[in-house]
Design a protein. Structure first.
Ligand SMILES: Cc1ncc(COP(=O)(O)O)c(C=O)c1O
Length: 411
């Protein structure tokens, strides 16, 4: 199978569009790599007709791949029926989505859902729930990423994205990932004022790093002991990404609050907050929080279709199997030190800090991947990715990716 032409020569139309982009859009993302025109399954085409195997999936978003017929039909039907009604009114798709999420999360009686539009918004709501406990201190993790709005950014660790917006909320305390002693010390020090501990079960943006079982268990124990909320940010890990509906199920540890977005809408913007149990489910009361678009019928229909297809096509098992296949194929390569993660959320650890060069060469060769940290390539493709498609990337890594890594090691 050939992947088409991707060299500099094949990018004329895209170059013109990128100039227009540069003149019309803010520079928040730097210059985009390509202008993409359409997608189908795990494949996308750029404006010049070149084809790419999409192993980034809109950054863990396109759970069903691009343009899945059932998802397209559900959105088209809902758009032609009722798209947005305001939260002065309820709609059936919104109710069904909330019921479905509670069921998939095995949430106990009295649990409740708040629907929103993005990951950062979901974490803002979780943050406000923490405040509604009457306490203020939140413990977050080094390497954690929770979003770019001011509350979520306050819980995000990376200094480069925090510094320009200081001062942020100073009630957030950071501890190193997997440092149980530091976590216990911070929780004990702030015991009287501890509102929440927030974690990603597998940190995504800092390089696909799963938390140790014992560390997560300690977070659960401490939040119980000090009557604080355990918030799991499953914006990236949730909705079948890891081969389980939610990553906390892999650990067997239920949070008090779970935030979702990314894969939930299969490419349509939608986020959710699940509050486990009666007490947490009623922390945000009438007038405490809201959003115009949150839970609109169109977004809810997209999310319901996404959950339906995941179930009908057995994508939990599929993601697990293809993920294992990718892991085994990549782990066997020279220059790959380890493959971290679960299901189809994988971080390929390279022997040298050359992930940016590898990602760039991959795109030029027709594979979309991304480098979340200097020595990691992240793979978060559609959950429908086939083993044959996975093999194309393994073969490219074997021939080209690892050569870049070897040159980086000896440089
Ligand atoms: C774990 C996690 N939380 C929150 C966010 C923020 O989500 P959004 O970009 O939809 O605001 C992200 C985005 O990458 C994420 O990975």
């Amino acid at each position: 199978m050939t992947l088409g032409t991707h060299g500099e020569a094949g990018l004329e139309r895209g170059r013109v569009d990128l100039q227009r982009y540069g003149h019309a859009l803010m520079g928040t993302y730097g210059e985009p790599m390509r202008v993409l025109a359409r997608g189908e399954g795990s494949w996308v085409w750029d404006a010049d007709g070149n084809r790419y195997l999409d192993l980034l999936g809109g950054i863990a978003v396109n759970a069903l791949g691009h343009a899945h017929p059932a998802w397209v039909a559900a959105i088209a039907h809902q758009a032609a029926t009722l798209a947005q009604a305001s939260n002065f009114f309820a709609t059936e798709p919104q109710i069904r989505l909330a019921e479905r999420l509670l069921e998939l999360a095995h949430a106990p009686h009295g649990s409740r859902v708040f629907l929103c539009n993005s990951g950062t918004e979901a974490n803002e709501a979780a943050f406000k729930m923490a405040r509604k406990t009457g306490k203020r201190t939140v413990i977050a993790l080094e390497g954690g990423f929770h979003g770019r709005s001011m509350g979520a950014l306050s819980m995000t660790h990376k200094d480069a994205i925090r510094a320009p917006f200081a001062p942020l909320l100073d009630t957030v305390v950071f501890v190193p990932r997997d440092d149980e002693a530091a976590l216990r010390a911070a929780a004990t020090e702030h015991a009287a004022d501890l509102a929440a501990i927030i974690v990603e079960p597998i940190q995504g943006e800092s390089g696909v790093r799963p938390l140790a079982q014992g560390f997560l268990a300690a977070a659960r124990e401490l939040t119980r002991r000090y009557d604080a909320l355990l918030i799991m940010d499953e914006v990236q890990t949730g909705v079948a990404r890891t081969g389980a509906w939610f990553a906390h199920q892999l650990y067997g540890i239920q949070p008090d609050v779970m935030t979702l977005a990314k894969g939930l809408g299969g490419g349509f913007p939608v986020g959710a907050v699940l509050a486990f149990g009666e007490r947490v489910g009623s922390l945000l009361a009438k007038g405490d929080h809201g959003t115009t678009f949150g839970g609109n019928a169109l977004a809810a229909a997209a999310a319901n279709a996404t959950l339906d297809v995941i179930e009908a096509e057995h994508l939990l098992d599929h993601a697990k199997a293809v993920g294992e296949h990718l892991r085994a194929g990549l782990e066997a390569l020279d220059g790959v030190v380890e493959v971290r993660g679960a299901g189809l959320m994988l971080g390929v650890g390279l022997a040298a800090p050359v992930s940016a060069q590898v990602a760039q060469a991959a795109v030029a060769a027709g594979f979309i991947v991304n480098p979340p940290s200097p020595d990691t390539i992240r793979l978060v493709p559609a959950l429908t990715l086939t083993t044959a498609e996975a093999d194309l990337f393994i073969a490219w890594m074997a021939e080209h990716g690892t050569r870049i890594t070897t040159e980086g090691t000896t440089a």
